[in-house]
Design a protein around this ligand. Structure first.
Ligand code: SF4
Ligand SMILES: [Zn+2]
Length: 155
């Protein structure tokens, strides 16, 4: 495992290096300045939004996030930086904690709701996790069903 100093930084030189990690070559941020993805202040909403705009259209977002979480595992919060996989370092800390909780629940025999359910959608939102299509669809279906029920009750 590598520390933040040697971790993947989605800047052109590294993204295009022949290092055997082809997903990096597909990074939406590969040709932009590293300062965009690593703003000096992650409380600067405009800077964060500018970085997240690249992640929002990035075809390798899931893999980038997985790589960031793996690299940062076991590191202190203050050694994480940058927007990676669509999340700020603070959001990644929260997500990593949520994943650890889910792992504990599983080992206790309590399965977290699987993706593709409204409960999983709520969990994603609660934990600041990216929301997948299956969960978004399940949530929309639940809302529609609730509306129908309300209408029927009011009739
Ligand atoms: S998800 Fe964001 S940080 Fe990761 S490679 Fe894509 S644009 Fe870059
Ligand atoms: Zn999900």
């Amino acid at each position: 495992m590598t520390g933040p100093r040697t971790a993947f930084r989605p800047r052109p030189s590294l993204a295009l290096a022949a290092d055997g990690t082809p997903w990096q070559q597909l990074a939406a941020c590969r040709s932009i300045s590293p300062t965009t993805m690593f703003p000096s202040n992650e409380r600067d909403g405009r800077a964060v939004a500018a970085a997240k705009a690249f992640c929002a259209v990035c075809p390798v977002r899931d893999r980038c996030l997985a790589a960031a979480l793996a690299e940062e595992d076991g590191h202190n919060r203050d050694r994480r930086s940058g927007i990676r996989g669509g999340l700020t370092s603070t959001e990644r800390v929260r997500l990593a904690a949520a994943q650890r909780r889910a792992t504990r629940q599983r080992s206790d025999g309590r399965e977290p709701a699987p993706c593709g359910t409204a409960a999983a959608y709520e969990r994603h939102i609660r934990n600041g996790e990216p929301v997948d299509d299956a969960c978004r669809t399940a949530r929309a279906a639940q809302r529609q069903a609730n509306r129908k029920r309300s209408k029927a009750a009011a009739a």
